[in-house]
Design a binder for this molecule. Sequence first.
Ligand SMILES: [Zn+2]
Length: 446
Amino acid sequence: MEICTVGGFDEVGKNMTAVKIGEDVFIFDCGFFLPGIIELQETEKIGYSLPGLRRVGGVPDERILDSLGWRTKVKAIFLSHAHLDHIGGLTFLIGRYPNAEVFGTPFTIEVLKSLIEDSKIRVTNKLRIVNQDSMHILKSSEGKIEVEFIRTTHSTIDCSFLALHTKEGTFFYALDLKFDNQPTLGSPPNYKRLKEIGEKKVRALVIDALYSYSEKRPGGEKVAEHLLEDAFSKVNRGDRALFVTTFSSHIERLNNIVKIGRRTNREIIFLGRSLAKYVSCAIKVGKCPFKEKIKIMKYRNQVESILRRVEAKRGKYLIVCTGHQGEENSILDRIAKSETPFKFKESDNVIFSSSVIPTEVNIEARRKLDVKLRKMGVKLQVDVHVHGHGSREDMRELIKILKPEHIIPAHGSQEQEKPLIELSEEFGYIPGKTAHLMKNGEVLKI
Ligand SMILES: [Zn+2]
């Protein structure tokens, strides 16, 4: 088994790992790296070319697979979940792997399809929709290889850990990792199956080490639900506008916003292209429990018309909108710049059910937005949020269950990954021998 750490091992973003078994290569995720990419669709100008993306390091540099002689051997691409740092790069790179089948859960594939549609790239690869907790047999030079999608929790729906079962043992891909035992939508992680896999031979584990420095548990989505309830209890009532913003792909959070928001007896309207995109993907795959309770507006004229109505009757609506990172052209950005018929007034409310993604661009964009909104007298409630990555204890738990022979931390800079190597020493792993701090573009042969 050879493992190539293609992307996401030196940064948060553009996650991609390739595994060679005999004469076949399998790819795990293929993400984007661009700050604030989650809401990129808001800009309405997706004109990226592959050379341009490569220049800015926006996609994993998988040309390493050419130099290894692996690229033409890629049989399949497995996607863990629908976040853009896991699937966003594929739209632009998939043409380099014409013979590879792409496997993902229903929501993941639906989001991928909509990205492909946006990019106007013609894709001929077979897209295989598979369910959580399912196993699939792949033809290979080594005889039978099986890929398994194991249900887990994170901050979007339909997330899976991926296990590649080979003759020499299992390769296990645990990105992104957050154990939520009391999710408010969907089921807890499939611990039973994880334990069964741990009883057999797990040769290598690639693990989300983003918060491996921290023992502080982020709290499950139930905590976010309580935070939201608390925030709603503190809004200025009466004829005051009420806006909430969150990550567009966080369907579980959106469900909680709708659930709690309904108690205000306001009409709930979703505004913005990226919200419309992810919610319609969830609706298409039958995983949007709140679809009957909201209206979605994505086109400019629809948005303007709703905002005109909110301006006239600000106490009548609950607006869920884009702009939690202060993104250019998001709904909140446009309102703050007085580009819409709606103007915030003293004592209107905005709840940020999000945290600021800690990149310079995002921090500065949000700072500017907050200053503008506060100047208008808006009551801001920020960080009404729990994030989607587990703490050190979640990593400890997964290592204990799977007992892998080799560990490779991922999903962060070297600094962010190092504490996971130290953690592995608790279990007797030896840095450089069985615990491997790897950079982008390296190969580990086991
Ligand atoms: Zn994620």
